[in-house]
Design a protein around this ligand. Structure first.
Ligand code: DGY
Length: 323
């Protein structure tokens, strides 16, 4: 029997590509370029499975392709806001993602951003590399203490809880959160966390606000100028969720006028082309979407997609079925 045709839209860790090649008739986007809409449409027309990432906009127009050969989108990533789920459902597609395996590494990046922006790590690194460091002095690059400060989480899902664990037990940080679908009280109690009734309450009480809500139409610009104005003047915003959860221009304005003290950002509206206003800000630490970027996690993500794919083609329900 001939193998099923599978297209991987971006390069994956070698071990995962090798495994895919054993199982399927595999095509790889060899030079790892972001695929165009036409290329994605051709992929859906010509392959039994397409394995996209966050850089592939699978919108209603792309998903309207005829004829559609593809039966499953095995997304390499936990977030799926780049896939129009309603259009995918209408086309009879199954969509899977890769939760769990990237939880800790993404929470680690949120911690890294929090520490880097509070302790001015980005500024210090740039100063040393530019040969501008003139030596130790009491008032040099003085930042904010992190230990013991209040961490406010918007969203209290897996990644938020992993961050809460590190921050609460590692850095003695009281945890407050807002989530419209909170977990059971015993889960909340395990982090000594306090549930807030509104986003505004978190913004008004937290020294560090970390965003852990999904990217979606509903959450677009969840953090806008009005909400940024509710944050404490010495507070910091950390975003490892999706860029468009924050009104990026409003954030730049709030950082420029020191309405808030700083921001640590792993994701941006329209990435990788970020608003140039960010580049002028010393009080922003900017990462290129590194949340899940460790060898261990990226391999685990690929293997998770492969498990979902093999389950689907064996007639079983994939473990990470989104629709
Ligand atoms: C995720 O898994 O959602 C990461 O942000 C990469 O897409």
């Amino acid at each position: 029997m001939s193998k099923l045709k599978v297209l991987v839209t971006r390069r994956w860790p070698e071990a995962c590509e090798l495994r895919l090649r054993e199982l399927f008739d595999l095509s790889i986007n060899a030079d790892d370029h972001p695929m165009s809409k036409d290329e994605l449409r051709a992929a859906l027309r010509d392959y039994d499975a397409v394995l996209p990432t966050v850089t592939d906009a699978l919108d209603a127009e792309v998903l309207s392709v005829e004829p559609m050969r593809c039966r499953i989108l095995g997304n390499f990533g936990v977030g799926f806001n780049h896939i129009d789920l309603e259009a995918a459902r209408n086309r009879g597609l199954t969509v899977t993602n890769t939760p769990d395996v990237l939880t800790d590494c993404t929470a680690d990046i949120a911690m890294l951003l929090m520490l880097a922006v509070a302790r001015r790590g980005g500024e210090g690194e740039r100063e040393v590399r530019a040969g501008k460091w003139i030596g130790w002095r009491p008032n040099h690059l003085v930042g904010t203490k992190v230990t013991g400060k209040t961490l406010g989480l918007i969203g209290f899902g897996r990644i938020a809880r992993a961050m809460a664990k590190k921050a609460h037990f590692g850095f003695d940080m009281p945890i407050i959160f807002f989530d419209p679908y909170p977990p059971a009280q015993e889960v909340i109690d395990a982090f000594g966390a306090t549930r807030c009734g509104t986003i505004e309450e978190v913004l008004e009480r937290a020294d560090f606000v970390a965003l852990h809500c999904p990217g979606s139409k509903e959450n677009r610009h969840l953090i806008n100028a009005e909400r940024l104005a509710r944050m404490r003047p010495n507070a910091y915003l950390i975003n490892t969720a999706r860029g468009d959860v924050v009104d990026n221009q409003a954030l730049i304005d709030a950082l420029r006028t020191r309405q808030i003290r700083g921001a640590g950002l792993d994701v941006f509206e329209g990435e990788p082309r970020l608003n140039p206003g960010f580049l002028e800000l010393d009080n922003a630490v900017l990462f290129p979407h590194l949340g899940s970027a460790t060898e261990e996690t990226r391999i685990a993500m690929g293997m998770r997609v492969i498990d979902n794919l093999t389950a689907f083609f064996d007639g079983r329900t994939p473990g990470d079925k989104v629709i």
